[in-house]
Design a binder for this molecule. Sequence first.
Ligand code: CA
Length: 388
Amino acid sequence: MRPGPRSQVNSFEWPAFVFALATMGVFLVACFAGASKTADASGANGEFRVVPIVEGLERPWGLAFLPGGDMLITEKAGRLRRVSGGKLLDEPLEGVPVIADHGQGGLLDVVLHPDFESNRLVYLSFAAKGADGYGTEVARGVLRDAGLEDVQVIFRALPKTGSGHHFGSRMVFDDEGHLFVSVGDRGNRENSQDLTTHNGSVLRLNADGTVPEDNPFVGNPDAKPEIYSFGHRNPQGMTRDPSTGRIWIHEHGPQGGDEINVIAAGANFGWPVVTFGEEYGGGAIGEGNKKDGMVDPLWVWVPSIAPSGLAFYSGDRFKQWQGSLIGGALKSRLMFRLSLDNAKVTGEERFLSGDFGRIRDVRQGPDGYVYLLTDARNGAVLRLEPMN
Ligand SMILES: [Ca+2]
């Protein structure tokens, strides 16, 4: 019998909720009464409205803010879009590499180099086709008015396979200029404990795609030197706490067992040896949910919510959310907030359940507002604004 979850995550009391449609459906306002929802001390969330600021995006996947507030948004089918002055430009940006819109893969994440203001470098993660099938890749290029120039593929996850599952992928820079890239197990769970494959891992690269000499498996002939942590299933959310440098990550479990972790050099996060999930349709996976040498998750969702997108909130607009993780969910169509105490998760609040469909990405804007991407054929950028 499968062991139960170590975190009780369903004790949540749904907020009193009022939904108003104003001005001919253009301006949606969601108001939350400030009822106590969780046991954590920061539970009183106040009130916020949800404002769709961009619509007409096809299956948007990743969002990055440019200095000045413009946005770059990926669409899964392979287009990089720009929002300028609050308006979605009609023409997609040029220079995106050839990607494969294959199963869960496509054009995925977008991030800026930490020194973007001087070097204009933009990084994309995506699925690409090679001779042996499909795999996750990373490219970078220099952003000009019409799009990306001098585009180079700087990393290719190996091996490629025919699978359309579990490409990841999110990217985060640390404050030393290393690029962390998450790659899923590609539907073959054995990859995640096999250090000779990149799949099922978080990779740590230099900004040009070369391998940092202090990576944990450099010099190990039985490991890919790009690997930083392993035992991951399919991470689609990753964010850095700017005050501590911690990199938080979530990943999809199978039927149950989505996880939150903080990555660490050389750490084994357990999949598929330990998991809080089970086979689709029932049946145990692996050896339970705990094992020496494998890192316990900091939070578990049973049943799964299918998390996507993760932002460490440090802004001024929602003071009561400072120091929290905010993320989205696909299957459960919601936004969650996890309150933290250093490297512990102390509670969860859930918002927007079902109101805006599948949430693919969550970011903090340079203005301190929270921005969401909805995963839909007519996808949107939503901005959360405090009512007061
Ligand atoms: Ca795990």
